[in-house]
Design a protein around this ligand. Structure first.
Ligand SMILES: Nc1nc2c(ncn2[C@@H]2O[C@@H]3COP(=O)(O)O[C@H]4[C@@H](O)[C@H](n5cnc6c(=O)[nH]c(N)nc65)O[C@@H]4COP(=O)(O)O[C@H]3[C@H]2O)c(=O)[nH]1
Length: 935
């Protein structure tokens, strides 16, 4: 059945219910309370719970509400109701299933409704010998119904016994006394009674009996029925209906309130039965009336057919007797019929369920709408507050449909300015085409970076992503464009890239970029069978400029030099700065090697020109090493190594020149490498020696000091100069180990000379910047070692170079202070070759100043070097420093220095660096001479 059909039927049923309600109201209004109609209900027995519903209808005013004043009459015998109703003495009566017999006997009784769905009628048999056997009544006295009206008063049990094969004639019938005491007293052996009634008494006295119900034999009669006469229905159909309805209401109430009705019976009708007896009856009635399962008053024609058939089987009725009109329904409106009610109930339930469903759906719809509204609000807020710019764009026209504030902000325009334009209007012209390709269908990646141009012309980098938006069928397609300002990110990325690939000072490609470009160029040259030249440029004397004029001017020089080099090459060539004063040039696509000569010479010439650094002019030159791809090597690293070797060759050849890589250079480099390897074993292999060169007190000629100078006794090469191996030791890190060994040797010897020669004897040791600045270690172990030897710090003097002080960080300062605190003096070596700042001398608390031998060499009366030396000596003395002149080779030099006030002299004039034993001998000889002189 479709829902529409059902709904239609339900509508019609409801209309009928409505009509009935209206009718009842009309009737109610038409019959005022004081005009109640008197009607009589004839019961079939004495007052008891068996008739509870009628008492309840009276008491609860249901009859009154129906316009009726009901008189309830007790019955003396079972036929009284039938008689009185037919005669008109009573309008309504209560009768058993035998009403059907009466009807078929031509009596116009009509059943209005069934109260007892099952008959309470049973046969109670006194249990004499403990055996439950219905057949035990044969030949016994039995009290079953009326002897005179067996058919109507004993029908059900008679049928039962007949069915059980016990004809009534096999028993001794005794007229019914309706007093169960007779059973107890043995006056009878069997007693027909109600299961709802007599057992209460029998049980209460403990009488043993058996109950035999006709239902056990399939005889299931109705119990009590409310009935009336045909004439009553014909004359007063409304009264009948009203009475019936009020009665059933009364029954519904009574079955729900048994205690109240029991009390009512005793109060108003009869005290014949105890309250408990009435309640017992009420309880026993429940399974028979079935008030929960069956609507009160419901009567089923099929059941009556079953009763009729049972009677027919007993010969009480003809078979298939028709009982038309016996059941009240002719004027019963359709809506009052039980099946219809079920249908209505079903329909109502369906309507209710449907209504509930609709209300649930409505609620869900409301909730969904609210959720959508909330969602929309939330999304609106997210849209408005989003940290990224969002725009909704009509994909076919490119028009903005909506933008959020951040979008306008990133675009650098007002909302109106943006919204009135097309979405590509503010894009950089170079990026607009790419952005269009992003729109749905454009086929491009949905993400890109692009530039937006602000009204002032400034450019903002944006990360843009575009997604298609679902639109209704037929509507224009739309897309969402989301943008983020990534200008800062772009800048920092560019900066990072710049820093990673370019030299921050000169903006030239750095080592990394140089490598990349060289790889590319080599690849190209390989493909095109061309040459690539690599020029390795090192500025000569740059260190001096840096030391003398300071780092800032050094930087200026480097920038200027880079520009000059760049000017010498094509735009397609690469000029890079590898660090310090080292530059490289890649000359790509050369058809002959010769043109690299030209360019190298050009670079030399341009760098030779003076550099103007503030008020000063600086002159530097360059040493250039050249290597060629593929002539010298094919790999990047090899080429670079060769260029470096060639550059060293140029430097070694006197600087300010270029040199091509040759295999001989490679041999020299190989030698250096081997020598470094040999040096590693030199310390442990006991190949190092310390030589001592005396430092002579110029005025007295006495030797109170010496400089420790290391030598390497190479097993094959013989004695190797420190000038050759110290740079290798420095670059390999071996210098630290060597320095430590020299210090210990110096300490060992100074201890001896202090005890044997002079208690203030002092030995100076060289500390290269690498040794002095080594991380994580100070000179504590020196102090400890001196202490172990019983030496004071003053036994040792440390020689450092001026360059160390130029860059002096806190580490250098701390170490100098540490040395001073332990009495170790410090000399500044090679003074005059660098910046020669006297202010450093004061600042760093230097004790000695060693004038470089390049000054000493040129000393002559009236010479500028003489004047300079004199000035240095005077100023040093003023600052409390003593002066040592290095490289004193002639007596004249010694005389000049003495005259200039120089304190000490060191040089071949006095002695070259000597093996310790020889130096020791020299000291002893000096001591002997002195002793001789004293004597
Ligand atoms: N032409 C000439 N030269 C003279 C004269 N008197 C001394 N010399 C040389 O001048 C150098 C003085 O040492 P330096 O300037 O400290 O220069 C030293 C020093 O810087 C370094 N050196 C030597 N030994 C050590 C060491 O143990 N550690 C460190 N770090 N460097 C050392 O090696 C450099 C060279 O040392 P040496 O070859 O021994 O060269 C020595 C010495 O032999 C002279 O009258 N005329």
């Amino acid at each position: 059945m479709t829902f529409l059909h059902l709904a239609d039927r339900t509508r019609r049923a409801l209309a009928a219910v409505r009509q009935a309600a209206v009718l009842a109201l009309v009737l109610g209004a038409a019959l005022p309370a004081h005009a109640l109609e008197r009607v009589t209900l004839q019961l079939k027995h004495l007052h008891q719970f068996q008739f509870a519903g009628y008492y309840a209808a009276v008491e609860k005013g249901y009859y009154r509400d129906a316009g009726l004043a009901v008189q309830i009459l007790e019955g003396k015998d079972g036929n009284e109701p039938e008689r009185n109703v037919i005669s008109g003495k009573a309008q309504f009566g209560v009768g058993s299933s035998s009403l059907l017999l009466a009807r078929l006997a031509g009596k116009p009784v009509v059943v209005l409704g069934t109260i007892f769905q099952h008959s309470p009628y049973v046969l109670l048999v006194a249990r004499r010998d403990g055996v439950k056997d219905l057949r035990s009544i044969i030949g016994k006295r039995v009290m079953i119904g009326s002897l005179t009206d067996e058919l109507t008063q004993a029908d059900e049990l008679v049928a039962f016994l007949k069915k059980e094969g016990i004809p009534m004639s096999s028993t001794v019938r005794v007229d019914h006394s309706f007093d169960p005491q007779d059973l107890v007293d043995g006056k009878v052996d069997a007693y027909s009674g109600y299961i709802t009634n007599e057992p209460y008494f029998l049980d209460s006295i403990g009488f043993a009996y058996d109950v035999f119900s006709p239902r056990a034999a399939g005889i299931d009669f109705y119990g009590d029925n409310l009935f009336t006469s045909e004439s009553e229905i014909a004359r007063r159909p409304e009264r009948v209906r009203a009475f019936r309805e009020a009665s059933m209401r009364g029954w519904a109430y009574a079955m729900n309130h048994p205690e109240e009705i029991a009390d009512l019976i005793r109060a108003r009708y009869s005290k014949r039965h105890e309250r408990e007896h009435l309640l017992y009856e009420a309880r026993q009635m429940v399974p028979l009336v079935q008030p929960v399962l069956v609507e009160l008053g419901y009567t089923n024609p099929e059941r009556w057919r079953h009763i009729a058939d049972t009677y027919a089987s007993l010969g009480m009725l003809p078979a298939n007797a028709s009982f038309d009109g016996f059941l009240y329904r002719g004027d019963t409106p359709l809506y009052r019929t039980w099946p219809f009610r079920i249908a209505v109930l079903g329909a109502l339930l369906l309507i209710g369920a449907t209504a509930l469903q609709f209300s649930r759906l409505a609620r869900e719809r409301r909730r969904a709408r609210e959720t959508i509204r909330q969602g929309e609000r939330r999304f609106r807020t997210m849209f408005e507050e989003a940290p990224m710019g969002i725009a909704l764009i009509d994909s076919s026209t490119g028009e903005y449909k909506d933008i959020n504030p951040r979008y306008a902000q990133i675009a650098g325009r007002s909302f109106d300015e943006v919204i009135s334009g097309s979405w590509t209007d503010f894009l950089h012209p170079d990026d607009a085409a790419g952005a269009v390709g992003l729109s749905p269908g454009g086929g491009a990646d949905a993400k890109t970076t692009a530039r937006l141009v602000h009204p002032d012309g400034s450019v903002v980098w944006i990360a843009m992503s575009v997604v298609a938006v679902e639109t209704e069928a037929g509507a224009h397609p739309h897309h969402l464009c989301m943008i983020e300002d990534v200008t800062e990110k772009k800048k920092s990325e560019a900066l990072i890239w710049q820093q990673a690939n370019f030299d921050p000072l000169t903006q030239l490609p750095n080592r990394r970029m140089f490598h990349d470009r060289l790889e590319v160029e080599i690849g190209r040259s390989r493909r095109e069978a061309l040459r690539t030249a690599i020029l390795f440029i090192d500025l000569d004397h740059f260190k001096e400029v840096n030391d003398t004029l300071g780092h800032h001017q050094g930087d200026v020089l480097l920038i200027e030099a880079s520009e000059r080099i760049r000017a010498c090459v094509r735009a397609t060539d690469t000029v890079a700065r590898l660090g310090g004063d080292e530059f490289t040039v890649i000359l790509s696509g050369l058809d002959s090697a010769t043109c690299s000569d030209v360019i190298a010479q050009k670079i030399l010439d341009t760098l030779q020109a003076p550099f103007v650094l503030g008020q000063e002019q600086a002159f530097v030159s360059a040493s250039i090493g050249i290597t060629l791809y593929p002539d010298d090597a094919t790999e990047v690293d090899e080429l670079l190594k060769h260029a470096d070797q060639a550059m060293y060759a140029a430097k070694g050849a006197g600087r300010n020149r270029f040199s091509y890589f040759t295999p001989a250079l490679q041999v020299a480099a190989l030698n250096r490498m081997r020598l470094t390897n040999d040096l590693r074993g030199a310390v442990k292999g006991n190949q190092l020696r310390v030589y001592f060169q005396p430092i002579v007190h110029l005025r007295t000629g006495r030797i109170h000091k010496a400089e420790a100078l290391v030598r390497w006794q190479h097993p094959q090469r013989g004695l190797v100069s420190p000038l050759e191996f110290i740079p290798l030791a420095e670059s390999s890190g071996l210098i630290v180990e060597i320095g430590e060994w020299v210090f210990k040797e110096a300490a060992r010897w100074v201890r001896q000379w202090r005890s044997q020669h002079h208690p203030d004897f002092q030995v100076s040791v060289n500390q290269s910047p690498l040794e002095f600045q080594r991380d994580g270690q100070g000179y504590e172990h020196w102090f400890a070692h001196l202490q172990e030897l019983g030496l004071k710090g003053s036994a040792i003097l440390v020689e450092i170079t001026e360059g160390l002080l130029l860059d002096a960080g806190s580490g250098v300062t701390d170490k100098l202070l540490q040395l001073r605190d332990h009495g170790i003096q410090v000399a500044l070596d090679d003074f005059g070759t660098g910046y020669s700042s006297l202010s450093y001398l004061k600042k760093f608390d230097i004790d000695y100043l060693k004038i470089d031998r390049s000054f000493t060499r040129n000393l002559a009366p009236q010479s500028s070097d003489m004047a300079l030396s004199e000035a240095i000596i005077v100023m040093a003395h003023k600052l409390g420093l003593k002066v040592v002149a290095e490289g004193v080779e002639t007596a004249e030099q010694r005389a000049l220095l003495l005259r200039a006030g120089c304190d000490y002299g060191q040089g071949y004039l006095f002695a070259p660096p000597l093996p310790a034993a020889e130096f020791d001998a020299m000291l002893k000889a000096q001591l002997a001479i002195a002793d001789g002189a004293r004597r």
